[in-house]
Design a binder for this molecule. Sequence first.
Ligand SMILES: Nc1ncnc2c1ncn2[C@@H]1O[C@H](COP(=O)(O)OP(=O)(O)OP(=O)(O)O)[C@@H](O)[C@H]1O
Length: 424
Amino acid sequence: MESADDISNANSTNVLAHIKYLEEKLKVLEEEKARLEKDINSYKEEKEKYIKYLEEKIKELEEEKLMLNREVKYYKEEMEKLLAPPLIEASVLDILPDKRVVVRSSTGPNLIVTVSGNISVDQLLPGTIVAINQRGSSIVEVLPQREDPYVKAMEVIERPNVKYKDIGGLSKQIQEVRETVELPLKKPELFKKIGIEPPKGILLYGSPGTGKTMLAKAVASETNATFIRVVGSEFVQKFIGEGARIVREVFELAKRKAPAIIFIDEIDAIAARRIDIGTSGEREVQRTMMQLLAEMDGFDPLDNVKVIAATNRIDILDPAILRPGRFDRIIEVPLPDKQGRIEIFKIHIKKMNVEKNLDIRKLSELTEGFVGADIKAVCVEAGYNAIREERDLVTMEDFIKAIEKIKGRKKEVEPEVPQVSTAY
Ligand SMILES: Nc1ncnc2c1ncn2[C@@H]1O[C@H](COP(=O)(O)OP(=O)(O)OP(=O)(O)O)[C@@H](O)[C@H]1O
């Protein structure tokens, strides 16, 4: 028979074994727990990575969508452009009181059109270049204004306001210009009756500032002619490649605006004698001159267009332009002599408030070698001298100071122009 001790011994062995078993089980469970925790962490990490990857993917797709949207917009606009009817270019002629506009369309007729809401009528002036819709009913755009070089190349004065009496010291030259330009313009029948041809063109030569432009303007003014001025040197410097066309346009304009005087200043720049025509620039100048000669040859001496050219370098001119039927009257415009300077002073002083006994004779003596433009500059400077001292009367002293100043300025700027012989 088992004793109570035996029983209690057997039980405690069992309990111990059970405890051991439980402890092992616990260990296994803890290990399991640690493994699961590790799994969870790595799963979490992977998930986070995946989320990040997905987020980046979304960003990429969004960027791509944006690009595609842009592309769609571009193609849509292109499609619209391809499908849109072309606009018609037109230039504004007049604005009617009811805000409709008369335009000359590039397709031909003059049209009366409305102005689309996004354009203010104030923007439109005669000459403004606009686009009108295909139906030709409305101005839909104001186009950038192009400056035609030929418009820039000319100075056009409908009626210059220079009179012969504004020119001092050139009575002989005025007389010649009147006979050769004014008379044939005013009385062509006289020349027909007598049977002689007046010159088509005259050439004025002389130092800068002697009054050549004034003379040409005065003839235009006295004959009610349009004065069109072009400057030879600009053909070479500014309007390269356009010379021949500008010359053609100038003559066309002159015929349209006749009676007209074409004044070609600094003609030497396009009509100088050339030894060889090597560079393309020289060839271009040559073409301009050929066009000028062709135009001169092309009109009739009794047409009411006259050409006056001016130069201070007659010595370098190509003899071709001086042939009969071209510039066949040559008029020298000299430096004014003592009497001439008196006259020029008188002309410019007339408009000034000068002291009563101003000694103009003395002023003339002090200005030997001065041209008309210098004398004008002296008068302006004398006026300034009075203004600087807050006087309203210009004195002899002011003039003398001005003469000294202009003399100094002339020394600084005067180029060594060879004095032209008068043997022509
Ligand atoms: N004989 C003159 N009588 C009165 N004013 C004159 C005279 N000559 C020149 N002037 C004055 O000088 C200014 C310039 O003269 P103008 O332009 O006629 O000279 P130009 O000989 O044509 O000169 P350029 O050869 O430089 O073109 C004139 O606007 C005028 O005020």
